[in-house]
Design a protein around this ligand. Structure first.
Ligand SMILES: Nc1ncnc2c1ncn2[C@@H]1O[C@H](COP(=O)(O)OP(=O)(O)O)[C@@H](O)[C@H]1O
Ligand SMILES: [Mg+2]
Length: 322
């Protein structure tokens, strides 16, 4: 195995989460430079392939993708990285495809101990063809209110609305279709929202302390995420130890069953009966200054630079197809 010579942070891209990705990438680069690692930051644009091919000729280069949304998380850019043959941090393309699609991931993760919200997937075309009012009426009759409307493949709550009244459902659908062709409409779960990050420290998979999310507005929207002060976080979450342990197992199982690698973050809600609901898993969790993963790393008493460096070292040590 060659010595680590350089880390290439891949951030930006063309998804709706471009800005968030650039901020995540900047933090990762900073954390690694703090350990005297040479880091270059590159964007995912038309020059990407040429850049990657040039880098693949150098020994000891590891790629650290912090691309959120679309091509960053649906596996497509990772397919390109694999073709080029560079070692990289994070999940392989096939696992990305399973995890990035929320209904597919829910189907795989659901178990007697992990509940998933009931719901339907409505493609834009079906919505138009069948007539929106009758269809929405039938959905509300089946699942009740509140309903969560979100793109099947999205992130950062973009296009997501918690609908409490029937009259607000059509506009929620339109907002959702602005971000994707397929809408996931599911029952709204109320309770304590937590996020659990999972990292592979090279010897074992480890669930970090849960972060409890309490947004001012009651919904963890895009603004609530990236505007300082709009959301209160509690790390570790204010939940009983046995619940925290069960939730950690849910996040670890989700990571394993979906075949994820290195790092993930599961978004969960614990209801008043102590049931754990799985909402989704993120295979490129946010790494900005207000993101959840860095908060749980700190709460675990770990140093973020050490965590990122160990991910990079592990990536370099394994064979390309492992
Ligand atoms: N079924 C649901 N019931 C209640 N709240 C939900 C539900 N699904 C999502 N949410 C809320 O919406 C936010 C975004 O949804 P999520 O599935 O995590 O998608 P993403 O983070 O990829 O946009 C969650 O953090 C949570 O606050
Ligand atoms: Mg989420």
């Amino acid at each position: 195995m060659s010595e680590l010579s350089k880390v290439v942070v891949l951030a930006g891209g063309l998804s709706h989460e471009r800005d968030v990705s650039l901020r995540s990438g900047r933090r990762v680069a900073l954390a690694l430079r703090n350990r005297d690692i040479e880091v270059i930051e590159i964007d995912s644009d038309s020059s990407l392939l040429t850049t990657l091919l040039a880098l693949s000729g150098e020994p000891g280069v590891v790629l650290f993708p912090t691309l959120h949304g679309a091509s960053g998380e649906d596996g497509s850019i990772r397919d390109v990285i694999e073709i080029v043959g560079l070692p990289y941090v994070g999940s392989r393309p096939e696992a990305c495809r399973r995890a990035f699609n929320k209904p597919v991931a829910k189907g795989i993760v659901a178990s007697p101990t992990t509940r998933v919200p009931r719901g339907v997937v409505l493609p834009h075309s079906t919505f138009r063809e069948l007539g929106a009012p009758a269809l929405l009426d039938a959905i509300v009759k089946k699942f009740g209110l509140p309903l969560m409307v979100k793109p099947t493949e999205g992130g950062s709550s973009l296009g997501a609305t918690l609908v409490k009244e029937m009259s607000k459902l059509p506009e929620a659908m339109i907002a959702c279709f602005a971000y994707g062709n397929d809408a996931l409409i599911e029952e709204g779960i109320s309770g304590t929202e937590i996020a659990i990050s999972v990292i592979d420290d090279g010897t074992r998979l480890r669930a970090l302390p849960a972060v409890e999310i309490v947004p001012d507005s009651g919904f963890y929207s895009y603004d609530a995420r990236y505007t300082a002060g709009l959301t209160e976080f509690f790390v570790p979450a204010r939940i009983e130890d046995d619940l925290a342990e069960r939730a950690a197992i849910v996040a670890l199982e989700a990571h394993k069953h979906l075949g994820l690698r290195d790092i993930s973050r599961s978004d969960l809600i614990i209801d008043e009966h102590g049931e754990i609901w799985f909402l989704e898993v993120n295979l490129a969790p946010g790494m900005t200054e207000t993101s959840l993963l860095p908060q749980s790393v700190e709460a675990a008493g770990l140093d973020i630079s050490d965590v990122y460096l160990s991910l990079v070292t592990n990536a370099l040590a394994r064979s390309p197809l492992e």
